[in-house]
Design a protein around this ligand. Structure first.
Ligand code: CA
Length: 501
């Protein structure tokens, strides 16, 4: 015989269950955003303020050691969707076409009743699958008046890419079925090269002199040969016209594809804004190290202007969640596809296993589920995002996924018992910038790197040498550590299912 009290208790618990809807997921994702350019990270140099991204960190968690398995654009996107390493998901480099029939976390969420949408940079060449709504930039996309590929064909929209992608996301949020949970992926093109700011930010940082990283004039000594063969130096490889908007004398702006996309009034605003830089260059005529320093300053101005628009648009999303009563039950994650060099080692770009490109920014907020204001040192990865989103939604992950749910880390930011202590890295992109293919293993303190084409090794002790300027691979005092790392590299490579090169 069931008592009245038991019936009420049973009813009560089902009422409680019905009042705990599945969480919404908002994933705001940028391209090439260095953690050094997020004020919440409090890097070695104070470069800029990102109040809205910082707000996510303050009300949620900042991941200090979010490691990418392959520091390059398209592979990062495929890894996030599939929860798999590049050598498993079919996108090892920017040339590969993503197989849309693969299992992805948005598909699994959709199968469990979520509404899913992706807007912005896709970069995987095939059409997106697993989304109720999508609009993506073709390839790298454009900053100004960009084209979007939509299920109904290609459209061009007037405006600035970062704003337009957010506009579309908010429009979709307004039109969604409000009875269902949602997963929204807002994937920005910014701040990818060649760093074209929104017109409202043309004069931002005009009078600012940015601090220089102390490795701006790195000479690549005490390392294996690949670093010295790079083609990503501000000095030798950053182009004055295309990257820094310094015209050749007597030329107009038509050499820039972005300029060709502008309306007449946008062109006029652009010409007015960037003539000052051209005049300054003509007046100063910097040479040698002065030229590198001058280029670095212009690079920072444009790069950080692009970040300013990103941060404002993060603010728009946070405000939408606030004003629509969604903040409490939404997991919002802000991340980039990898880190980026802002003059460290004299570089721009990414690709290397070295810290600035290995570590991607990641901040996450989920009130009541993620402890607020914590800076987590746990070794996490964008490989973990798929399983994290699925776990948050109470949906079973696919057994082929290779990451881990971050929900246990969300509790207090500490690595739970049995958490990974090392991570496998593998880069095989044959593209520009001449970065030799390499693999490696990363621990809290050490990094072992193997460049298989030249059969060269490097090893870094981050506690003694955080800027990674001195390989200790051949140092006798590190012989024991080296042996352990060599065994660990074998172990994590096998665990990741990667080929031995
Ligand atoms: Ca990228």
């Amino acid at each position: 015989m069931i008592s009245r009290r038991q019936v009420l208790q049973a009813l009560g618990s089902s009422v409680v269950l019905a009042q705990t809807p599945k969480p919404n997921i908002v994933f705001v994702f940028t391209d090439d955003h260095a953690f050094q350019a997020i004020s919440a990270y409090k890097g070695r140099l104070k470069l800029n303020d990102t109040p809205n991204i910082d707000r996510i960190a303050r009300e949620g968690m900042l991941f200090d050691r979010c490691i990418v398995p392959n520091s390059i654009c398209a592979p990062a996107r495929a890894t996030i969707l599939t929860g798999q390493y590049s050598h498993r998901n079919g996108v090892p480099d920017n040339r590969a076409v993503f197989d849309g029939s693969k299992v992805t976390f948005p598909k699994l969420l959709r199968g469990a009743g979520y509404q899913t949408a992706l807007f912005g940079k896709w970069h995987l060449q095939s059409d997106p699958t697993g989304f109720d709504a999508w609009e993506v930039l073709p390839g790298q996309g454009s900053y100004y008046n960009p084209d979007f590929i939509t299920p109904a064909g290609r459209v061009r929209k007037e405006g600035y890419a970062t704003d337009l992608i957010t506009d579309r996301g908010i429009e979709w949020l307004n039109s969604r079925d409000k009875a269902k949970p949602f997963c929204l992926m807002l994937q920005h093109k910014a701040p990818h090269r060649n760093w074209m700011p929104a017109p409202r930010h043309y004069s931002l940082y005009e009078k600012t002199t940015f601090p220089e990283p102390d490795t701006l004039f790195d000479n690549y000594e005490n390392r294996a040969s690949p670093a010295s063969k790079n083609e990503m130096e501000i000095d030798r490889h950053m182009r004055l016209p295309m990257d820094l908007k310094v015209k050749e004398p007597g030329k107009d702006w038509t050499f820039m594809p972005e300029y060709q996309r502008m309306t007449a009034s946008q062109k006029a605003a652009w010409e007015t804004a960037y003539q000052g830089r051209n005049d300054e260059f003509a007046r100063l005529q910097p040479k040698g190290k002065d030229l590198v320093r001058w280029k670095y300053q212009q690079y920072m101005k444009d790069y950080l202007r692009c970040i300013a628009a990103v941060d404002e648009n993060v603010g728009r999303v946070l405000e939408y969640l606030d004003t629509n009563g969604l903040a409490r039950n939404t997991l919002i994650v802000y991340a980039s596809d990898q880190g980026f060099y802002l003059g460290e080692h004299g570089w721009f770009d990414k690709r290397w296993i070295y810290e600035e490109s290995l570590r991607t920014p990641c901040v996450a907020r989920w009130p009541g589920k993620i402890k607020a204001g914590v800076r987590s040192k746990a070794m996490v990865s964008n490989l973990d995002f798929a399983q994290t989103f699925l776990d948050a939604a109470g949906v079973q992950a696919d057994p082929g996924m290779q990451g881990r749910s971050l929900l246990p880390v969300f509790r207090d930011g500490k690595a739970p018992a049995g958490w990974r202590k090392s991570f496998y890295y593998r880069y095989t992109e044959p593209g520009e910038h001449n970065v030799a293919p390499h693999e490696g293993v990363v621990t809290d303190r050490y990094k072992l790197v193997y460049f298989w084409e030249t059969k060269e090794w490097e090893m870094y002790d981050l506690a003694e040498d955080p800027r990674e300027l001195r390989s200790v691979y051949n140092h006798a005092s590190y012989a024991k550590v080296r042996k352990e790392l060599e065994a660990e590299l074998e172990r994590v490579r096998t665990e990741a299912g990667a080929p031995k090169s």
